[in-house]
Design a protein around this ligand. Structure first.
Ligand SMILES: Cc1cc2nc3c(=O)[nH]c(=O)nc-3n(C[C@H](O)[C@H](O)[C@H](O)COP(=O)(O)OP(=O)(O)OC[C@H]3O[C@@H](n4cnc5c(N)ncnc54)[C@H](O)[C@@H]3O)c2cc1C
Length: 345
């Protein structure tokens, strides 16, 4: 039985499977098809490279604010279903600074649901910062979390199959396939039947260091830069230092001068990284990697298409730099559309 086919095994595809189960869809009726699966690494697979935490990076349109809120308030269920924080989803305090104050809509939305939300008094803000908050965030050990969600889904009966599609109609595996979810991220740029020229990459480079003494996240958003420090849970003390937001840059290469710039910016923002470093004043660099955020002019595409007379295609891609933190809300919307006004599904 392949009633529901999810194309893509990044965070959006996996969240979509979880939302289908949440709607009491039988796990054995769900098949995931993807060129890359959890455990793989490729520049065409963004999800393993995310920092990844819940931050306040997203836009302030009502839909995105809702996807963030839905995800933040429902991650606890996923943490419990997997078996606890040791499966790669834990909680740490975040401090976020903005050089330009975010909109009232965004601040009001964040203040309404973020746990332990506090605004930092202006006299405590670093020079050049217009607004700052602290709150309790969600932190993902991204590659490990993806693998654990896949294992959970498989244990429940969801099937996974490695295949690169050249056209989205290849996802209608059998005559019983009713709905295909297109969760191909950047792949939607080239995939036949989709070929969305609005899709583009936003490249990021990160430096992973060993830092057992850091147990929180700190980030600063500027007009033309993003500096972030993210604690990776259950990772033998890895700390992710970033970063860059380079639009339309497709390169997987990493650059020494970007590494140096990231270390300079992060240790200036949060001197404790070096000052309390148990290994002296030199950081132990474990990895330097680049990843491509699947961005889209016009924002995420969550849309329903009728294919033939009784089959549906739900597009769900373009999560850019917020697939982990907004993606469960996006998946819930995609699944809602699939079931909307159709008794046959
Ligand atoms: C450096 C960096 C830091 C980030 N930090 C954060 C963070 O802190 N918090 C956060 O929320 N987000 C963060 N992100 C963003 C996050 O990683 C992305 O939003 C998310 O991974 C997008 O997931 P996706 O499932 O849409 O795409 P992907 O993870 O790219 O998955 C796409 C899937 O589709 C498959 N696919 C594509 N084309 C085809 C085809 N033709 N046939 C078959 N399969 C196909 C791929 O193989 C893959 O399985 C970060 C990203 C980067 C690069």
């Amino acid at each position: 039985m392949c009633d529901y086919v999810v194309v893509g095994s990044g965070i959006i595809g996996l969240y979509t499977c979880l939302e289908l189960l949440n709607r009491n869809v039988k796990a054995s009726s769900i098949t995931v098809i993807a060129e890359h699966l959890p455990g793989d690494e490729s520049i065409n697979y963004a999800s393993p490279y995310a920092g990844g935490d819940f931050s306040c990076i997203t836009d302030d349109d009502p839909a995105t604010l809702y996807y963030d809120k839905y995800t933040y308030t429902n991650l606890k269920k996923i943490q419990l279903a997997l078996g606890g924080p040791q499966f790669g989803l834990d909680r740490y305090t975040s401090t976020e600074y903005w050089d330009i104050k975010p909109s009232k809509e965004k601040i009001d939305s964040l203040a309404s649901y973020l746990e332990e939300y506090k605004e930092i008094p202006s006299y405590e803000l670093p020079s050049g910062v217009a607004f700052g908050i602290t709150f309790l965030s969600w932190n993902f050990n991204c590659p490990f979390f993806l693998a654990n969600v896949k294992a959970y889904l498989e244990k429940n009966g969801v099937s996974f199959r490695r295949q690169k599609l050249t056209h989205i109609t290849q996802a209608y595996l059998t005559s019983s396939t009713k709905v295909v979810f297109n969760c191909t991220g950047l792949g939607s740029h080239k995939l036949g039947g989709v070929s969305d020229s609005n899709v583009y990459p936003t490249r990021g480079q990160v430096v992973v260091v060993k830092a057992p003494h850091i147990k929180e996240n700190v980030m600063r958003w500027g007009e033309d830069y993003a500096t972030y420090i993210i604690k990776r849970p259950y990772s033998s003390d890895q700390l992710i230092l970033g970063g860059y937001m380079q639009r339309d840059n497709w390169t997987a290469d990493t650059f020494k001068e970007e590494t140096e710039d990231i270390i300079k910016r992060t240790t200036t923002l949060y001197p404790k990284i070096l000052e309390k470093n148990p290994f002296g004043n030199k950081l132990e660099i474990l990895r330097v990697v680049a990843g491509l955020r699947p961005s889209r002019h016009g924002g995420v595409r969550i849309e329903k298409e009728l294919v033939g007379h009784d089959k549906y295609l739900i597009h769900n891609y373009g999560a850019s730099g917020y697939g982990y933190q907004a993606g469960l809300g996006m998946a819930s919307e995609g699944v809602r559309l699939a079931f909307l006004n159709d008794s046959k599904i």
